[in-house]
Design a binder for this molecule. Structure first.
Ligand code: AMP
Ligand code: MG
Length: 689
């Protein structure tokens, strides 16, 4: 059974009565009942349309048919407007507001005057624009030359729907501003008249027999066939299309969240990378025939073959610090949203002023959040406080410290440039710009930026879960009593906290002895619980190297013989489709391999993109001779502007890892470093630690 039996679509109009003969730019309606389209109806004015809708709703209710009623105008305004007008974010409160303030009859309505009146509340230069009447209207600009909008220009859905008009534009071909204003009161009356029978999408659950939805026929429909009026053809097409959808298809279209602004039915809500594709079996294959792969080639290989493997989810911005953006975030609102004053002082209209100045003050003031309601006439000044929107007539501010105030006048000395001490609307970020790109790992500062541009929710990647397993018969947990030949597991605590510091989710899979079956079970469990597995130990090609043996059996294993010191072969492979980084057992090598190979690979798989560590060329405080053939990473730290290295290069010296604050990277070729020579220092911090 379909969700609805009757579909009625209306093409609305903001203008006056269009006369008895059917024509375009009027109101058109088409009903499809149980799959059959009735002839489109021409409705010459809104009063007739309202009566017709009333009758239709009554008839469908009586017959027990569920009715989906579509209208081609926005059900909400860009965010912030409802609150500014009504004190709440509830769009239906704004419907009530318009219902109370709109005057409408077949011959005349007050839409332009009302737009002007609203604009005056915000300084008289926006949000509405374009006066379609001959007479001038206070507060409603004819053009956009001096336009300033305290709200976003577009609703979120309009940034996805190319070619849409904003609901701020009141006149001109295609403008919808008048239609919204003149349409909402009609819908509001119906909504109250049939209070228990009508739901408004997407603000209310669709649990009533009648649902109002917003449609936009021109988004998908082109020109009508020869001889048909566009509006009449479009409503018929939309009604037929919607009635032809399966219940699931329609349900999917109706499943959007757009609490305040409303949404256009059929525009997909941005849900990037719902399920990313799995990695390919050969993703760790290295070029054939090469004995020792240079570090850069190995890295290029990982960079080419790996891709993000985490799904995305939507969450409140306030909870999203440290998460990775799944898509670009577009600024909903400019920062600053309107021109404002950068200081406490006095505002006026200023051509460049020079020499001594005296100006009468006008009554009142403008403060942050409390705009001045009125014009500041030429030659007069107004008290303004930091952050206050510049009132109409003000474009320049003089600092209060530079002014003497006496007898209702201010006196100061030029020169003062036009625009001084003010901030331009959008000088920081303009609405519609990409505020932050996909892949960004959100910082506290990013939360400030996104909040300022009106973002309350973000699409982010689920965090990458990284399992850590230690292997080796000799390993014990620190604190246990150790017998001969036993050592404490040093890698696991290190790796788990490296994962955590890098912004991934560590999953502790414990220790396994050198037993193939036990290791197989543990890898199975890890593959269930994590997106990536890091093992340490057993990664070479010896008898007890079970990690490599198992991965090889699984078929998707590569031994990476990388020309790198410290570091023995790495074993990379897929276990049940989950990538495994088989790290060397040696703690020094395990950490270096994690920083140099695992870190950028994990970043890429987490959706962050490939991150090169930031290195610095600094003078060496040491001497070292090195043969060609492999790249070396020395445990190092900066003291007195020079890089020192640990006194021993022994790969078992864990104290050196802890002593160090970063790595010095010495290139693949031969090198004789002398004190004072420049070397590349990579602080641990540049690996995200
Ligand atoms: P393997 O790669 O298993 O041959 O191990 C190389 C060296 O690293 C051996 O000396 C191991 O005892 C040591 N080792 C392996 N795993 C750990 C660990 N989790 N903590 C400390 N040392 C380890
Ligand atoms: Mg071992």
């Amino acid at each position: 059974m379909s969700l609805f039996q009757t579909f009625a679509m209306l093409d609305w109009s903001g203008g006056n009565d269009t006369g008895p003969t059917p024509r375009k730019d009027a109101i058109w309606a088409c009903i499809v009942r149980n799959g059959k389209a009735l002839d489109p109806e021409y409705l010459r004015n809104r009063q007739i349309a309202e009566q017709r809708l009333d009758a239709l709703i009554r008839a469908e209710l009586k017959a027990g048919r569920r009715l989906l009623l579509g209208f081609d105008f926005p059900f909400g305004y860009p965010c912030g407007f409802a609150r500014a007008m009504t004190g709440t974010d509830d769009p239906l409160a704004l419907w009530d507001w318009f219902d109370q303030h709109v005057e409408d009859s077949p011959k005349a309505n007050n839409r332009f005057d009302l737009a002007g009146r609203i604009n005056l509340q915000f300084g008289g230069r926006g949000p509405f624009w374009m006066n379609g009447l001959r007479r001038d209207i206070d507060g409603l600009p004819r053009t956009k030359s001096d336009y300033s909008n305290p709200f976003p220009n577009r609703r979120a859905v309009e940034t996805l729907a190319k070619g849409s008009f904003t609901c701020w534009q009141m006149a001109g071909a295609g403008a919808v501003g008048g239609q919204v204003m003149m349409g909402l009161p009609v819908l509001n009356r119906l909504r109250h008249r049939f209070a228990e029978q009508i739901s408004v999408w997407p603000f209310e659950p669709l649990d009533k027999p009648v649902s109002f939805v917003e449609i936009w026929p021109s988004l998908t429909l082109g020109a009508p066939p020869e001889g048909r009026i566009k509006d009449d053809w479009q409503v018929e097409q939309v009604a037929l299309t919607l009635s032809g959808l399966t219940e699931q298809e329609l349900d999917a279209q109706l499943n959007v969240s757009a609490a305040e602004e409303g949404w256009i039915l059929g525009v997909p809500q941005d849900k990037p990378n719902i399920t990313p594709p799995p990695l390919r079996n050969d993703c760790f294959a290295l070029p054939a025939g090469v004995n020792w792969t240079p570090v850069d080639e190995a890295l290029a290989c990982l960079r080419d073959r790996l891709h993000p493997i985490t799904a995305s989810e939507t969450m409140a911005l306030t909870k999203a610090c440290g998460r990775v953006l799944a898509g670009d975030v577009v600024a909903r609102r400019s920062n600053p949203p309107q021109p404002n004053t950068a200081v406490d002082g006095y505002g006026f209209a200023g051509p460049a002023l020079d020499g001594p100045q005296i100006m009468p003050l006008i009554e009142g003031r403008a403060a942050a959040g409390i705009p001045f309601d009125g014009d500041v006439p030429e030659g007069r000044a107004l008290r303004v406080l930091t952050g206050a929107a510049l009132p109409a007539g003000v474009d320049t501010v003089i600092l209060e410290e530079d002014v003497t105030v006496k007898n209702g006048h201010i006196a100061f000395h030029g020169p003062l440039k036009k625009g001084a001490n003010t901030r331009r609307a959008g000088e920081d970020v303009t609405a519609g710009d990409i505020a932050l790109p996909a892949g960004r790992r959100l910082t506290p500062a990013d939360l400030a930026l996104l909040s300022a541009v009106g973002i309350a929710e973000v699409d982010v990647r689920k965090p990458l879960r990284v399992a850590v397993v230690s292997t080796g018969d000799e390993l014990l947990e620190a604190g246990e009593s150790a017998g001969p030949g036993q050592i404490f597991d040093a890698n696991r605590p290190m790796l788990l906290s490296l994962i955590d510091r890098m912004g991934f989710v560590p999953v502790d899979m414990g220790r396994v002895s050198d037993d193939r079956d036990a290791l197989r079970d543990r890898l199975d469990q890890a593959a269930e619980q994590a997106d990536v597995i890091l093992t340490s130990g057993g990664a070479s090609a010896g008898d007890e190297d079970h990690v490599s043996a198992l991965l090889r059996q699984a078929g998707a294993m590569q031994h990476w013989r990388i020309a790198l010191k410290p570091g023995r072969p790495l074993a990379l492979g897929l276990w049940s489709g989950v990538p495994v980084f088989g790290l060397p057992g040696n703690p020094v090598a395990a950490m270096v391999c994690t920083l140099i190979f695992a870190r950028p690979a994990l970043g890429l798989m987490s959706g962050e993109g490939w991150a090169e560590p930031q290195g610095f060329e600094v003078p060496a405080a040491f001497e070292k001779r090195k043969k060609p053939g492999r790249r070396e990473y020395l445990r190092a730290r900066m003291r007195d502007g020079r890089a020192e290295v640990f006194h021993s290069e022994g790969s078992g010296r864990i104290s050196g890892l802890s002593w160090a604050e970063g790595l010095v990277e010495i290139e693949d070729g031969a090198r004789h470093v002398k004190p004072g020579d420049m070397v590349r220092f990579l602080p641990y911090g540049s690996f995200g630690l």
